[in-house]
Design a protein around this ligand. Structure first.
Ligand code: TXA
Ligand code: MG
Length: 344
C-alpha cells in the first residue's frame, strides 16, 4: 500500500484545515483527530478499505473492534438500536467520554450498516459523540461516521497531544488536526447495554458512580484478561480491548498500592517515581520525580497521566514506579491504566 511519507499537522482552529481533513477522510485516508479523551486515528467507518488502513497503521489485531464517532445521538440511532436505558445514558452523557456498545442495526436486506471489520464481527457497535469542537467540526464537515481507535501503536500509550500522534504514526496517517492537549487524558468509559443489563467493559473518563446514578442501580465492571481476546475462563472477551497488558511504556513499570511499599523497592539504577498529592517519604531515592497533581486533584492527574508516562519513557530510565491513586471516580481509570501499563 502506498503511504504518505510524512504526516502534516493542521491547525484545528482553521476552517480550511478541517475541510482538508474532511476531504482526506472522504477519499479513504486516515486523519488524526483530537477528542476530549485522547487523540483518535479516524477513518470513514462505512469504507472498509479505509478501516483496514487503521488496523494496519496501528498494527492492531483484527479481533479488536473500533469505536465509531458520530456528531449526535440521532446519527447514532441510524446505526444501532437504542433501548430506554441506552437513551437515558446518551441523553445524560453525550457529547462526552462514554462509549455505548449497542446492537447493530440492519437494513431491509438484513445487512448491518456498520461493516464487520469495524465491529470485529461482533453483533454490536461501540459508539460515542465526542465532546471536542474540532472532532464535532470534522464529523460534520466529512458527513460520515468516523471509526477511530486511539492514535497509538497497539498496546502502547495513548496520545494526548498532536505531536504524540506523529511520534507514534508518522507517515502512516495523512494528517493530524491539532486541537491542543486533551482535557480528560484517559479514554472513554465503554458501557454495554444489553438484555443482561448495563456493564462497564472498560473503565474510563466517565466515573462508574455517575453511570450508576443514571441507571439507578449498581453496574458491573469487567476485569481485564491476561490472554488476548479471551477471558481467563477461555470464553471470548466481551470487549477484546480488555487485555491485561496495554497502555504500556517501553520502560519497565511497577505499580505500588501505597507509599508504605516504597521501602520494599530496590532501586538499582535510575528510576522515576510517579505520585500524586503530597510527596511521600522515600521519594529521595528516585532519580526523577513526577507529581501528577500537587493538590491531589484526580481529574488533573488523569489529564497529565499519559504525557508524563510518555515523557519518562523517553528518558532512558531503568524503570518507573507508580503509586496507585484513590480508587474512586476517574481514579479507578487511572489505576486501571497504571496496572495494565505495568503488567508483563
Ligand atoms: O476515548 C476513547 O474511547 C478513544 C477516543 C479516540 O474516542 N478511543 C479509544 O479507542 O480508546 P480504542 O480502539 O483504543 O479502544 C476501544 C475499546 C476497545 O477496548 C474495544 O475492545 C472496545 O472499545 N469496543 C469497541 N467496540 C466494541 C464492541 N462492539 N463490543 C465490545 N467492546 C468494544
Ligand atoms: Mg487504545
Amino acid at each position: 500500500m502506498s503511504m504518505p511519507s510524512k504526516t502534516d499537522i493542521l491547525s484545528g482552529e482553521d476552517a480550511a484545515s478541517i475541510e482538508r481533513a474532511a476531504v482526506l477522510l472522504r477519499a479513504g485516508e486516515l486523519v488524526g483527530m483530537p477528542t476530549e479523551t485522547v487523540y483518535g486515528l479516524a477513518a470513514n467507518a462505512l469504507d472498509e478499505a479505509a478501516v483496514a488502513k487503521v488496523f494496519e497503521a496501528k498494527a492492531r489485531p483484527s479481533f479488536d473492534p473500533l469505536i465509531v464517532h458520530v456528531p449526535s445521538a440521532q446519527q447514532a440511532a441510524e446505526l444501532v438500536v437504542f433501548d430506554e436505558t441506552a437513551r437515558r445514558l446518551a441523553e445524560a452523557f453525550w457529547p462526552g467520554p462514554m462509549t455505548l456498545v449497542l446492537p447493530r442495526k440492519k437494513n431491509e436486506q438484513g445487512q448491518p450498516f456498520v461493516p464487520d471489520l469495524v465491529t470485529a464481527g461482533l453483533d454490536s457497535v461501540g459508539l460515542r459523540v465526542p465532546d471536542h469542537p474540532v472532532a464535532l467540526a470534522l464529523l460534520s464537515a466529512s458527513g460520515c461516521p468516523l471509526a477511530a481507535p486511539s492514535a497509538n501503536r497497539f498496546g502502547s500509550i495513548s496520545p494526548t497531544l498532536a505531536r504524540h500522534v506523529v511520534d507514534e504514526l508518522d507517515g502512516r496517517v495523512a494528517a493530524v488536526l491539532d486541537g491542543g492537549p486533551c482535557d480528560r487524558g484517559v479514554e472513554s468509559t465503554v458501557v454495554r447495554v444489553s438484555d443482561q443489563g448495563v456493564e462497564v467493559l472498560r473503565l474510563g473518563a466517565l466515573a462508574v458512580e455517575q453511570i450508576e446514578a443514571v441507571v439507578g442501580q449498581r453496574v458491573e465492571v469487567r476485569r481485564p484478561s491476561s490472554s488476548p481476546g479471551r477471558e481467563s475462563s477461555g470464553q471470548a472477551l466481551p470487549s477484546p480491548g480488555l487485555t491485561e497488558r496495554h497502555y504500556a511504556p517501553g520502560t519497565p513499570m511497577r505499580l505500588l498500592a501505597s507509599a508504605d511499599e516504597l521501602s520494599s523497592h530496590e532501586s538499582g539504577g535510575r528510576w522515576a517515581l510517579v505520585c500524586m498529592g503530597p510527596v511521600p517519604d522515600g521519594a529521595e531515592a528516585f532519580a526523577v520525580l513526577r507529581n501528577l497533581s500537587d493538590s491531589g486533584d484526580l481529574s488533573f492527574a488523569a489529564a497529565a497521566l499519559f504525557s508524563t508516562l510518555r515523557e519518562l519513557d523517553g528518558m532512558g530510565l531503568d524503570g518507573i514506579v507508580a503509586l496507585a491513586v484513590a480508587d474512586e471516580g476517574i481514579g479507578k481509570a487511572i489505576n486501571d491504566r497504571l496496572k495494565r501499563g505495568s503488567a508483563r
